[in-house]
Design a protein around this ligand. Structure first.
Ligand code: NAI
Length: 341
């Protein structure tokens, strides 16, 4: 295969970023088709990236035999169905997180991926491709902090995006705070600790906007998790972060600690004036993880070309969804939940 021809479905916030990468930045990748239910988005995307084929129906895109791979960046509620259909048509499939919103459907996807062993499937846990998170993993593997025993994660979206999110959540099933926001942290915790979650207690509330409670969701929440090797996970998620997009991770080991993103600074410029010493904060996921989105897409294309499988597997999607779902159950029922039951 000289190059990989990709069809991209979902042309929203993240679809635009993936489209830029697939069209312009990934070697031996051709963005050959785009698909969205919104016709204007399809037209705009075809013009912007010079894409030969555009569709408003996913099934019609799957009938295009020129394609080798499907890249899914549609809303989370469509992921499982679109993955299964893409695999059944013989395509390699990349899908944005989360794998799905319900346990039954993610298990079906796991079976579908296992039935199509010759095709590449990859899930968009892009933090694993971020240079800082990768460096932390290498240091843990080298034993620099001893045995990891506790992970503390903050995943906070900017308050400036709260209106946009509420409009999205009223029209779509986001999965709720833990499945939508903490899912990356759950994956990182499993990756760093080398363990699966066994029990979770999750709480949350709607502190600045009552609409979250009306949706049965939390604006800010916290989960405490016991892993099956007795390690501890503390996960804080929120959608009302005044200073911007705050993603912070700490791994405490028996011989040391690693912190990633303690101060979520935008760049190295510091203003010192009558207000104090000021670092501007990064304002969103694209700004913070731009490199990682590109690196994960590059890895997907390389896996197809080289006939190998990526490190992020469908099992990572299933296990993180199980934990996210258990958090949601714990938050809703106000009880301790056994994740593996
Ligand atoms: P968005 O709402 O901005 O865009 C969704 C796109 O999908 C739009 O183009 C919409 O027209 C299209 N669409 C909707 N239903 C469709 C269907 N049935 N068939 C084809 N196209 C359809 O959403 P956003 O923020 O780009 O999120 C997309 C996915 O990416 C979500 O699953 C979300 O969880 C995930 N995401 C992942 C992030 C990460 O850090 N990895 C960050 C943000 C989102």
């Amino acid at each position: 295969m000289k190059s990989v021809k990709v069809g991209l479905v979902g042309l929203g916030r993240l679809g635009q970023q993936h489209g830029d990468n697939l069209a312009f930045r990934i070697p031996r990748c051709e963005l050959t088709a785009v698909c969205s239910v919104v016709e204007a988005e399809v037209k705009q995307a075809r013009e912007r990236w010079g894409v030969p084929y555009g569709y408003t129906s996913y099934e019609e895109m799957l009938a295009n035999e020129e394609l080798d791979a499907i890249f899914i960046a549609s809303p989370s509620g469509f992921h499982c169905e679109q993955i299964k259909k893409g695999l059944e048509k013989g395509f390699h499939v990349f899908c944005e997180k989360p794998l799905g919103l319900h346990l039954a459907e993610v298990r079906e996807v796991e079976n579908a991926v296992n039935r199509h062993k010759d095709q590449v499937f990859m899930l968009g846990f892009m933090r694993r491709y971020d240079p800082s998170y990768q460096a932390a993993k290498e240091k843990i593997n080298r034993g620099e902090i001893g045995e990891p025993v506790l992970i503390r994660c903050y995943g906070l979206d900017p308050a400036s995006q709260i209106d946009g999110f509420l409009a999205f959540a009223k029209a779509n099933d986001s999965g709720g705070l833990f499945l939508d926001m903490s899912i990356h942290d759950f994956d990182l915790a499993r990756w760093y600790l080398g363990a699966e979650a066994s029990e979770v207690w999750a709480i949350g509330g709607s502190y600045s906007r009552p609409e979250f409670a009306e949706l049965g969701d939390a604006e800010t929440g916290a989960a405490m998790v016991r892993f099956d090797n007795q390690a501890i996970g503390l996960f804080v998620a929120g959608r009302n972060c005044a200073h911007g997009y705050h993603i912070e991770t700490e791994i405490i080991g028996t011989k040391g600690t690693i912190r990633i993103g303690s101060i979520p600074e935008r760049n190295q410029a510091v203003v010192m004036n009558e207000h104090g010493v000021i670092h501007e904060c990064v304002q969103g996921f694209i700004e913070r993880f731009e490199q990682a989105y590109r690196a994960e897409a590059e890895e997907f294309i390389r896996c197809i070309l080289e006939g190998r499988k990526p490190d992020v597997t469908v099992k990572d999607g299933v296990e993180s969804t199980k934990l996210g779902y258990a958090c949601k159950q714990s938050f809703t029922t106000k009880t301790l939940i056994n994740v593996q039951e």
